[in-house]
Design a protein around this ligand. Sequence first.
Ligand code: ATP
Ligand code: MG
Length: 424
Amino acid sequence: MRAIILSIGDELVLGQTVDTNSAWLSQQLAAVGCDTVAHFTVADDQQAIESAIKHAASRCDVLLVNGGLGPTADDLTRQAVAAVIEQPLELNPQWLAKMEDSFRSRGRPMPEANKIQAMIPRGARMIWNHNGTAAGIHATHRSSADHVCQIFVMPGVPKEMKLMFERDIAGQVSAEEAGDTGPVILSRTLHTFGLGESVVAQMLGGLMDRKRNPSVGTTVSAGIVSLRLNARFIGRAAAGRELDQTTDLCRQALGDLIYGQDEQTLASVVGNLLKEKGLTLATAESCTAGLLAKLLTDIGGSSQYFQRGWITYSNEAKTQMLDVPAELLEAQGAVSEVIVKAMADSARRKSQAAFALAISGIAGPAGGTAQKPVGSVCIGLASLEKVSARSFVFPGDREMIRDRAAKMALALLRFELLGILAPY
Ligand code: ATP
Ligand code: MG
């Protein structure tokens, strides 16, 4: 099924309100296998709404309209829908009674203006609003002899729109509804960390061909390069099968660089590995000052494997709390492999955890030197068997450098837990 989302409101086209409804609806549609082909936004203008509905309805199977169902003169969506399907608006007695009831229960008479919210085009179905006074509308529009579009009209208020969609509309637009006979989109996101987008794209080669189905595209966010797979096929079974096959091909191309999919994060994946193996972790952080511990403990149940963390920002703290020899700090500098090894080793011994990660670096903007520019970060990893360290120079500002340092520490521990050499 192909869907178009039409949002209506002056505040949206003027940029005073960000159209979060369309994004939310697209995500819901994708989750049930319905392919969103366009988003449109128009002002509170009946002519504009009518032509947008006509234009969209001829290009999709499901048109989700939101906004403009209020009781005021600038709410014109119901009038526009009625005009497009060439039917008069009729009073829906059931909704009128429900509105009068809810006003009465608040001890107020219903203003005459609200009556319009119970008006539904003849032949259309009223959709119950469990959160507000504007009823929704389900209308059918035939734009040509062989094309019919289902139009669902919802309120613009996000809370009302969401509940109406979930209760009444999702079931009618899902791929299950399309059975094995309708077009379906299924999506999956695979995540990688540590290599740039162009390197990942190169490794994927022909899988990223624009004409390929399922399609594979890359996006980057906060150092995470994600592959977005979209499978558009007839029937959910075929789409699911194809999506799995393309997932396998991506995994063959990128190997263990793919750390997870969809909602998974580096921290959740590392947490699961630790949990599975019954192992624990401690942290010793300098430049990230607790960020690594935060990422690890953002996850519910992390107390099963996260043992404790030290923030040893100053040299004195490193010496006092982790017994890093002052002479060693003096001789090597705090940002060095020797020091992060000492920090990790000491943190692991003191905590009796299976692993300890240590981070020390120069997050900037000041403090860089020719030998150790801003972005220089050393990461130490101690296990029962060995203590190792790696050096990196991360690009970007202070926030980015700290973020990449914490994520890289997680990535290194993941490879250690998998028993494979880090590919960077
Ligand atoms: P209704 O159909 O429920 O009467 P409306 O469009 O008439 O909706 P408005 O008063 O225009 O209602 O908007 C109600 C609230 O919902 C406002 O805060 C508005 O910014 C918000 N809103 C409307 N449309 C969207 C949207 N597409 N995305 C996010 N917020 C929205
Ligand atoms: Mg509005």
